[in-house]
Design a protein around this ligand. Sequence first.
Ligand code: MN
Length: 201
Amino acid sequence: MITAKIAAYTLPVLPYPADALEPVISEETLTNHHGKHFAAYVNNLNKLIPGSEYEGLLVEEIVQQAADGPIYNNAGQVMNHRLYFEQFVPVSQYKAPGRRLLNAINYTFGSMEIFKKQMVDAAMNVFGSGWVWLAVDTEGRMQIVKEAGGGNPWRRGLTPLLGIDCWEHSWYLDYAFDKAAHYNGLWEVMNWEVVENRLPL
Ligand code: MN
């Protein structure tokens, strides 16, 4: 059920200062990624949606309903980047994962370390631009999902819990040819509380 009519899509304010994720993500990368790339997806969506059959829909509804093409691509990237930037925390405020999330990860993957390795391996194996997601199905089963372009497993009925952006704009400026260092560093700024709160009840 649609509970809100969306007049325009907006760029969320970062929940931390732009330099708060250094040295894992530099201020320059964060500023460009949020203020240029993410902003462009929001602006594109605001140009594409008026007059279309998706007018007034939530981004999540567009991702579920839109045919492949520019509207789907930009809605997907808006949803993806909302989830992405919300899921980090400054190194100084890092907290270990909570019991509910940890139990679910241990049950599925064996340990947190195995889970992290499988996520990074999947990210390293995304060919070209895409994403890797930790997602959960309606039965509560966790899985790691690779997506091309602006894909999100939400389109297929899975709930995304944690996303790794594998587009070059997320890491190239800071890490050049060592994207593994970027992916492995993300664990130091992961806000596990936000990730856990995305688990369906
Ligand atoms: Mn991105």
